[in-house]
Design a protein around this ligand. Structure first.
Ligand code: SF4
Ligand SMILES: [Zn+2]
Ligand SMILES: [Zn+2]
Length: 336
């Protein structure tokens, strides 16, 4: 075997222990084996959880962890149970929103349920029809007609799904009396969202981006995102390392979504300039920091007007009714 061929088959070794590595972090320059990667992922999650969720022994805190059956929320729930699950002042509950996507959601709900069972966590599920929403499979079918009737109607199933899911999670939070909602967004998800908001000149959404514990968003249960500095690939490796039950399939509607294109863009930018994802998320933090400074200086007017309850369903809304009810109208859903 020539020198070149030998090099091709050489597995890099962990910079901590010299064992074969599973990941080379271009953004940090580190090379890690499974064990040391797991240690670093756990440390990042623990640090973020402490920063985003200040606990107080004199006040009980119920955390609703949104679980989908996928790797991100599996790692999130496993880590939260491990880090704070035994505390007497904390209750951890898991919740899943069933969007009604045949072939994709049922097996992932099974994964979520078996993870909860393994971790001894109570698990609640709510379906779109239970919330008077239309199942996403049906939305997909009806979309061509909706767009024909109203040219301004959202064109992607994900637009409806995102709005409905947010309300589904709020419903579950209210049902279990949650003080805070934990979401499994990883570094790639967060960077994609920041880029999408910027491309859309959507400063309001940037300001409302989780985590919310430092600056709560009026009318919403605060969301925390403890995985936000962990890249997607590392979440996946960590989930494998912990042997967590997880569903690998992708939603059949994901590829057509705008987020998919941002996903590819962020991945390309990161490969070209390592650290881009961190930069995008830090950028959003800095914008939020600037807003907080202005508020501190007495410029309260700079805050967006607090949402008012939707007259139809009571959800926080900034218009005459909430977005979900606008979508109910587009889909022809009656109130009763
Ligand atoms: S990819 Fe779109 S349709 Fe599928 S679950 Fe996500 S938001 Fe819903
Ligand atoms: Zn190692
Ligand atoms: Zn409403």
């Amino acid at each position: 075997m020539g020198a070149d061929a030998k090099e091709l088959f050489t597995v890099p070794s962990c910079d901590s222990c010299g064992k074969p590595a599973v990941v080379e972090q271009a953004y940090s320059g580190r090379i890690l084996c499974g064990k040391h990667l797991a240690k670093s992922v756990r440390k990042k999650i623990s640090k973020e959880l402490r920063a985003q969720l200040p606990l107080n022994k004199d006040r009980h805190t119920t955390v609703l962890v949104a679980v989908s059956g996928g790797k991100d929320s599996a790692v999130l729930l496993d880590a939260i149970v491990d880090l704070i699950g035994k505390r007497r002042d904390v209750t951890v509950v898991a919740g899943t929103v069933d969007e009604g996507i045949e072939g994709y959601r049922p097996p992932s709900i099974d994964c979520a349920a078996s993870l909860c069972e393994r971790l001894g966590v109570e698990h609640h599920v709510v379906t779109y029809p239970e919330l008077s929403f239309v199942e996403i499979d049906e939305v997909v079918q009806r979309l061509p007609q909706i767009i024909k009737k109203d040219n301004d109607a959202p064109r992607m199933a994900c637009s409806y799904c995102g709005v409905f899911r947010r309300q589904g999670i709020n419903y579950l939070a209210e049902k279990v009396g949650a003080d805070v909602i934990a979401l499994g967004h990883n570094l790639d998800d967060m960077a994609q969202t920041v880029l999408m908001n910027m491309a859309n000149a959507d400063i309001e959404r940037t300001l409302r981006l989780a985590p919310h514990t430092a600056t709560p968003v009026d009318g919403l249960s605060p969301r925390i995102v403890p995985l936000r500095w962990v890249p997607e690939q590392e979440v996946h490796l960590y989930a494998l390392h912990r042997e967590l039950p997880m569903h690998h399939e992708e939603c059949p509607n994901a590829r057509g979504a705008l987020r998919w294109r941002h996903r590819e863009m962020v991945a390309l930018m990161e490969a070209d300039v390592p650290g881009t994802r961190h930069g995008l998320v830090r950028m959003a933090d800095q914008i939020k920091g600037l807003r907080d400074q202005i508020v501190k200086l007495g410029g309260n007017e700079s805050r967006p007007a607090p949402p008012t309850p939707c007259p139809r369903c009571g959800s926080p809304s900034s218009g005459s009714q909430c977005k979900a009810c606008d979508m109910r109208d587009l889909l022809g859903v009656d109130d009763d």
